[in-house]
Ligand binder design. Sequence first.
Ligand SMILES: C[S@@+](CC[C@H](N)C(=O)[O-])C[C@H]1O[C@@H](n2cnc3c(N)ncnc32)[C@H](O)[C@@H]1O
Length: 355
Amino acid sequence: MAMVLSYASTSLHHHHPHHLGSLGLSSLRICSSKPFKSTLTTRIRTPVRALSTAITGIEPVENASTEKVDNIEENILACPICYNQLERRGSSVSTGEATSSSSFQCGTCKKAYFDNGTYLDLTVSIGAKQYTESKPVSTEVFRTPLVSFLYERGWRQNFVWGGFPGPDKEFEMAKKYLKPTLGGNIIDASCGSGLFSRRFAKSGLFSLVVALDFSENMLRQCSDFVKQEKNFPTENLTLVRADISRLPFVSSSVDAVHAGAALHCWPSPSAAVAEISRVLRPGGVLVATTFILDGFFPAIPFLRILRQNIGQVSVSSNIFLSEKELEDLCKACGLVDFTCVRNGSFIMLSATKPR
Ligand SMILES: C[S@@+](CC[C@H](N)C(=O)[O-])C[C@H]1O[C@@H](n2cnc3c(N)ncnc32)[C@H](O)[C@@H]1O
């Protein structure tokens, strides 16, 4: 993190002259030939909780409904080993508030997965008695109680030095990219303490919000924040523990994936983006933010050659990529219509699963 901050660049990258003035982000530039979609092509599959036009400025696309979305998570949740749909064995899954335990079972390998009252654990190694596995530092550091506690109490605020506009503005920006998926389900991948999952759930714009992270303590923090908020709409929020490289969702079942400030923490960005691509339905959208390498070192023309010879440029186990590499990564994983916004070392990118 110290590295992130010390290399935080304040220089702007003016690729294309589209401003995000409506968000008050006069310094941000959209770096793509593909403009934001202005028409709403939302596909409504399920009843949606009250859509808040006050928050989004987006017109409701269907009559507001408070109907519970009971079966949706069952339709998309899959065994992380077999990728087949899970069958419910107990009561409802975790909403961050639930106290009842419930379980799911894979009809193929028969493995059972349990909800501990805070989150549903859908990691491959859950249930192993002797076998343990540790991930790279960029994953493990967030599993600690201290970092999880500090995350929304100062840690995340530091990202502003790298050019991150801050959660409120990032949320507004993400919503624009997510317009075509409103009314569907969204996975907030590597949600941390749920700063965006909670915003997605409260917006009522999605039929189901899955707050997913590998860190048990981050998910506990998310649950605590939910509990602290009066009248939080828990009915469309599900907390799931999973590895980004082994997503526990049925292929082509997910409308949107949001991944805030996480790509540089993933042990294998290609395995992760391939998984995201697998679970996205045709037309589904990925929106992700990360720190970019060419934000840290904008003036190095031979960066690619350097990286070809010395391998991945990593700080601890973080993997920082350039804009071109991110575009290439999305393309290699079967995603199209790459578009992005940059500010210093901050990038918000979007890519779509072809129809
Ligand atoms: C910097 S935090 C981002 C949190 C939040 N999305 C945000 O925008 O601030 C990175 C998150 O990635 C998660 N993470 C790291 N490795 C992961 C993995 N292999 N699978 C799932 N999540 C992972 C960490 O637990 C951590 O919560």
